[in-house]
Design a protein around this ligand. Structure first.
Ligand code: MTE
Ligand code: MO
Length: 231
């Protein structure tokens, strides 16, 4: 894939020391994807129906990203929506908090093999969000765009689920900057790279548009139960 096809990364990031750290990190993960690292092909063990194959449980909350953690003050935060929707919203912090608020408890499964149970999230459910933006009949896919240049894609039917939300709180405290605060989508049925930190924009498309890791060897679907890590 040509560099030009890759998602935009801001010039100041690419040119900096952080940019070169990130390049190394990205290259390492691309190599892991080519090698199929951590792929076990193991069947789901019947006595542990909660832990997907090849995963191990941790009580920590590891931080993984491209090495850039944008600082966004709630008062500056905005979320815009474009593409195939009836109502292309542009929300500020107060607009977001004026929506119905929900609590959900979910597990996290990261492609790097850690899983974390019982994460308590608060925010706006995907279902309530979709009721506001109103996807058009042709809309099939979503792409999340983040402040660090990251993108990731999910089918609308996967996002439109009762365990998906746009979260501002984790385990009773505001979502920290390192974990993608002030707001990030949480899509528990997929590997955690599909849950974009520091989200700023969501677009609804009729066609699929693979994101940052999806064009670098990660699987487009990312179902942990099928071990859809790469390819
Ligand atoms: N904006 C953004 N979102 C991102 C990433 C990133 O680099 N940038 N990394 C993804 C990956 S690969 C993982 S495993 C999770 C890690 O989230 P955490 O740092 O809160 O554990 O964020 C995902 N969302
Ligand atoms: Mo990840």
């Amino acid at each position: 894939m040509a560099d030009d096809d890759r998602p935009d990364l801001t010039g100041d990031v690419e040119g900096s020391v952080l940019g070169s750290i990130k390049k190394k990190l990205v290259e390492t993960k691309e190599a892991w994807a080519r090698e199929g690292r951590a792929l076990t092909g193991a069947p789901v063990t019947p006595d542990k129906p909660r832990l997907p194959p090849g995963q191990r449980l941790t009580g920590d909350f590891p931080v993984l990203d491209l090495g850039v953690q944008p600082a966004i003050r709630p008062e500056d935060w905005r979320l815009s929506v474009s593409g195939l929707v009836e109502n292309p919203i542009d929300w500020g912090w107060d607009d977001f908090h004026a929506q119905p608020q929900v609590r959900m408890r979910t597990d996290i499964h990261c492609v790097t093999t850690w899983s974390r149970y019982d994460n308590d999230w608060e925010g706006v459910s995907a279902r309530d969000f979709l009721n506001v933006v109103k996807p058009k009949a042709e809309a099939r896919h979503l792409v999340f765009h983040s402040h660090d240049g990251y993108t990731t894609n999910v089918p609308l039917k996967t996002f439109d689920d009762d365990d998906v939300l746009l979260a501002h709180t984790w385990n009773g405290a505001p979502l920290t900057r390192e974990h993608g605060g002030p707001i990030r989508p949480i899509i528990p049925k997929l590997y955690f790279w599909k849950s974009a930190k520091w989200v700023k924009h969501i677009t609804f498309l009729d066609k699929d548009a693979p994101g940052f890791w999806e064009v670098r060897g990660y699987n487009n679907n990312a179902d942990p139960w099928k071990e859809e890590r790469y390819g």
